[in-house]
Design a protein around this ligand. Sequence first.
Ligand code: PLP
Length: 383
Amino acid sequence: MTKEQAPETIAATYGVATDAAFGAVAPPIYLTSTFTFEGFEQPREFDYGRAGNPTRAMLAEALARLEHGAGAVITASGMAAVDLLLAQIDSDDLVLAPHDCYGGTRRLLLARAAKRQFRVTFIDQSDGDALAVAFSDKPALVLVETPSNPLMRVVDIRGICALAKAAGARVAVDNTFLSPALQRPLTLGADYVIHSTTKYLNGHSDVIGGAVITADADEYLKLAVWANVVGVTGAPFDAWLTLRGLRTLFPRIERQQRTAGMIAKYLEQHARVCAVHYPGLASHPGHVIATSQQHGFGAMLSFELEGGVEAVGRFITAIGTFTLAESLGGVESLISHPATMTHADMGVEARQMAGINDGLLRLSIGLEHLDDLIAGLEKGFGA
Ligand SMILES: *Cc1c(COP(=O)(O)O)cnc(C)c1O
């Protein structure tokens, strides 16, 4: 065995120059629903596209290696990835989820719990007392999102995995906000990593996709079988685009987080900003844990604008460079207003409990020049 390649090399070159048919440098895309049998009772490695596809398999192997996992299942969306994992939970089992988790994940958990497919509890996972109480209920699965959306709260992955292990629970970390370039939860003790590949992994805002990566090989097989049973595997074209996006993951996110750090500092000293949530700031409550478990602070941040919803409306109407849209992790910078967009479904009370107020704005920093991004924000503040 040769030495394991550096993750930058895996991302840039996994599957490159492996085409046996024509020696294509870029891996070809296999757009086919089905595959020939070599002969009677002689199936090939792939037989039907729902179960397996070479293009999708190549993306899966690349992601599994980047996350230090035993295998990866590529799904049609990030939500399909979360749901694939939730389908493994028994009806009496308890799922422990963060009180400020991704809006779609919260909606899915509540909907499945309402159908009695499992029980769910939402807690502040950075609160040690709340965690101790929650673990005494013997959860089967703990979902973790760190940094969280949209407040960028940081959860101690090693700590929560130790508690889970003692309680006999599995831990799944949604690593969408950082990608394996900046955080590798399986190396910190997690059992599963979930991705919305829609975000940083694809990185170009032109694909919806997801992945579940497992630490354990048998768990991978279980999930791969179930993904075929229910038919939630991703399309080959989406896999091909995502693999293409993955090539530049490291340089993209390194540049994006450098710009994000500077924007966080700019916002921190702005008179009309009441708070900035970015784990890279020394003032951030999760800064120390982030430093110990992340390889960078990422390119997502949020801040609270003085003056509530009215001020937010004026700010967003006047802002330049940033585009008003949900989603994140693309080459273009986006701004969103959680209270009326991503977290509108939550309702006022749950938002208040999670600390998401009406003046909160979330930024996903892209690849534009810092000067243009600051100029865009200045326009917003000038309104
Ligand atoms: C976007 C997102 C999801 C859902 O992924 P889709 O690809 O939109 O289905 C799940 N978790 C997080 C943290 C996300 O940002």
